[in-house]
Design a protein around this ligand. Structure first.
Ligand SMILES: NC(=O)c1ccc[n+]([C@@H]2O[C@H](COP(=O)([O-])OP(=O)(O)OC[C@H]3O[C@@H](n4cnc5c(N)ncnc54)[C@H](OP(=O)(O)O)[C@@H]3O)[C@@H](O)[C@H]2O)c1
Length: 184
């Protein structure tokens, strides 16, 4: 799919802690049944994912997201250092994948200068935890032109308020819109 006008402008400072995520227009990152097929017509590769992921050194994801990816088999991020937020042990995790239970400690110890940017992949609970700690620099939100009605929310209730700086807007003929913000 060809990108339309209005390319992403000022880049975020690098290295950065990034959220890079797709959400339905009504604010869900997964439908109630957890299935991923709602994104079949909108493959991430069409929207600059390859370039983004090449710049990532470290991934952080929540346990629910990890379990879903691991279930599919064939770990897709063998070259990335990966932390899974969870209060439960991770058995048989792929090489390079580590369980962490203490988010403030993780945030303190993570050094995004080591090997590229840091991607807080999701889901909503994990992103919410990072936002709560003021630990996100950049948010790239891909608004998918579908309504899911129910499901996992991108943003749960949060005690954190604040303004964001728009870095750029990009749109595609199939209705996907990328909103890029700097946080803080
Ligand atoms: N649209 C997209 O691009 C996208 C991207 C990523 C994920 N998703 C979807 O998001 C859904 C999952 O989202 P979710 O919000 O329900 O779950 P999630 O964030 O993936 O995982 C939640 C779990 O992570 C652990 N966790 C989260 N915050 C923590 C903290 N501060 N400290 C310790 N542990 C913490 C807990 O695990 P324990 O229960 O083990 O303590 C919690 O139950 C999935 O359906 C996935 O497909 C969509």
């Amino acid at each position: 799919v060809a990108a339309a006008a209005q390319p992403i402008g000022t880049p975020a400072p690098h290295p950065a802690v990034c959220v890079y995520i797709a959400a339905s227009l009504d604010g869900f990152i997964a439908p109630a049944d957890g299935k991923l097929d709602w994104l079949d017509d909108y493959p991430a590769e069409s929207f600059g994912y390859g370039e983004f992921v090449a710049g990532i050194g470290t991934i952080v994801m929540g346990r629910k997201t990890y379990d879903q990816i691991a279930e599919r088999g064939g770990w897709p991020y063998p070259t990335k250092r990966t932390y899974v937020l969870t209060s439960r042990p991770l058995r048989g995790a792929p090489t390079g994948v580590k369980a962490v239970s203490n988010l403030p400690q993780l945030v303190q110890r993570l050094d995004p200068r080591v090997g590229g940017d840091l991607w807080v992949m999701g889901g909503g609970r994990t992103i919410g935890s990072f936002l709560q700690h003021g630990a996100i620099d950049r948010l790239d939100l891909f608004v998918i032109p579908v309504m899911l009605g129910r499901g996992s929310r991108l943003f749960e209730d949060s005690r954190r308020r604040g303004r964001l700086t728009l870095l750029g807007v990009q749109s595609w003929p199939n209705g996907v819109v990328r909103l890029s913000y700097r946080i803080g």
